[in-house]
Design a protein around this ligand. Structure first.
Ligand code: SF4
Length: 435
């Protein structure tokens, strides 16, 4: 953890990700541990869904107050007993009920995913498949740190992006191993014991898997490393079968504990198409959000990703997280031919509505899937997306973002800059221009 806390980038952005940083180095407990200290009505399994939500709204106030006090070092939850049932149990119970009429995301399919008679847009019943999990060394520096981001990839998605780089799992819901919540929890615990700085819930899209993720987090909070002991040999082998690290990592308690409890920041890596109800539930368990923000034009979003009302929904959720004062890094992927319709107005909206937020303006778009002219899936409808963005397009977006005063340069360019020269120039863009 020492190497992580000494990373050069923290000198510049620690004040933007204060909560995540403190949890990552185990100086503070993750939110899910705080939620275990909030008592709720003992009869949650008997309450109706409306009553559960009223209980949640009440307990959320207690949670936010306790979180505030933890942040200000006014209280140490290690001295507080765990509640039974707790707010974390309540969140789990709510997601169990929601799965019977799924409205996790704004498709509002209202299908009973336990009943298996009808499927929603994500094509998922109540089971979750994990395609791989591993120490991700390609995420942004504050996330990958020195030991990687503990990334767990779920199959399927509620979008159908024509250019999806993970189409093998986002379009193929069966392309993974079925994992129950205890197995998912075990994968997360293994990763944290091996030193990852966060658990990165991703896909496809993690939102359709919310019920199993929440249940897994509840098990981590309750059982810690004992979740591994409770697995059958068959379950354990299934967990190991999708671990995709080539390097063997050692286990160490030094990386993973707050007091006696397993501690790790939870990272929600999502397209941000969730309902407001789900946003509220995530507020209790997510320590840092990494949302995608791709389109300003709903026309483009519908044509390319097949989702309606994109901007209204995704901007609403971004603003919620920002107004709640949560840690976040927004990812914007620059798409060829979409600088004027999407990148520029979207970045302007961020500058106007979320000043100071960290933004990663990503240059790694490449034609894949339906936009790849060499693929049998190529769809000529997406001809404008069949190339990488040009240097001129990228520089145009970078300069526009700089003129807006967006906080994007360090996060966007950290892999390209020579840190010896940090601080020597007004803008890193010109240096990128030279490379
Ligand atoms: S997660 Fe979204 S797409 Fe999937 S069934 Fe639920 S509402 Fe529909």
């Amino acid at each position: 953890m020492l190497a992580f806390s000494r990373l050069w980038i923290w000198r510049y952005i620690r004040d933007k990700l204060p909560w995540y940083y403190e949890v990552a180095i185990n100086r503070k407990p993750a939110k899910y541990l705080i939620a275990t200290r909030i008592p709720v009505n003992e009869k949650i399994t008997e309450l109706g869904e409306g009553e559960l939500w009223r209980e949640f709204e009440r307990a959320l106030k207690d949670f936010l107050e306790l979180w505030h006090r933890v942040r200000n070092n006014e209280v140490d939850i290690r001295n507080m007993p765990k509640a039974s049932p707790s707010l974390l149990d309540l969140v789990t119970e709510i997601t169990r009920r929601m799965i019977r009429h799924c409205e996790f995301c704004e498709w509002h399919c209202r299908v009973d995913r336990m009943g298996n008679k009808r499927l929603g847009v994500c094509m998922l019943d109540s089971t979750s498949r994990v395609s791989t999990y591993f120490h991700h060394l390609g995420e942004e520096l504050p996330l990958r740190g020195v030991m990687g981001s503990g990334t767990i990839f779920f199959t399927s998605c509620n979008f159908r992006c024509a250019f999806c780089q993970n189409a093998d799992i986002s379009r193929d819901r069966f392309n993974g191993v079925v994992m129950n919540p205890r197995q998912i929890a075990s994968a997360a615990v293994i990763l944290r014991l091996e030193g990852v700085h966060n658990i990165n819930w991703v896909g496809g899209e993690p939102t359709p898997h919310l019920h199993n993720i929440v249940e897994a987090i509840r098990l981590i909070a309750r059982d810690g490393i004992k979740v591994l002991d409770e697995l059958s040999d068959e379950e354990y082998n299934a967990v190991l079968s999708v671990k995709a690290d080539f390097i063997p990592y050692n286990f160490s308690r030094d990386w993973a504990f707050y007091g006696n409890e397993l501690n790790v920041p939870m990272l929600w890596n999502s397209n941000f198409y969730m309902t407001v109800d789900v946003m509220k539930l995530l507020r209790v368990i997510v320590d840092i959000h990494i949302p995608d923000f791709k389109f300003y034009s709903d026309k483009c979003a519908f044509r390319i990703s097949r989702v309606p009302r994109y901007f209204e929904i995704v901007s609403r959720n971004h603003k919620l997280v920002y107004d709640w004062g949560e840690d976040m890094i927004i990812r914007h992927l620059v798409m060829p031919g979409h600088v004027e319709d999407d990148s520029k107005p979207l970045l302007k909206w961020i500058a106007d509505n979320m000043p100071g937020v960290l933004v990663n303006i990503m240059d790694q778009y490449r034609p894949e899937n339906e936009t790849d002219p060499n693929s049998p899936r190529f769809n000529p409808e997406f001809r404008e997306l069949a190339r990488r963005p040009s240097r001129e397009e990228l520089m145009e977006v970078y300069r526009y973002a700089r003129d807006l005063g967006l906080n994007f340069e360090l996060i966007s360019f950290e892999k390209k800059i020579d840190i010896r020269y940090l601080g020597d120039e007004d803008s890193l863009i010109e240096r990128i221009n030279d490379t």
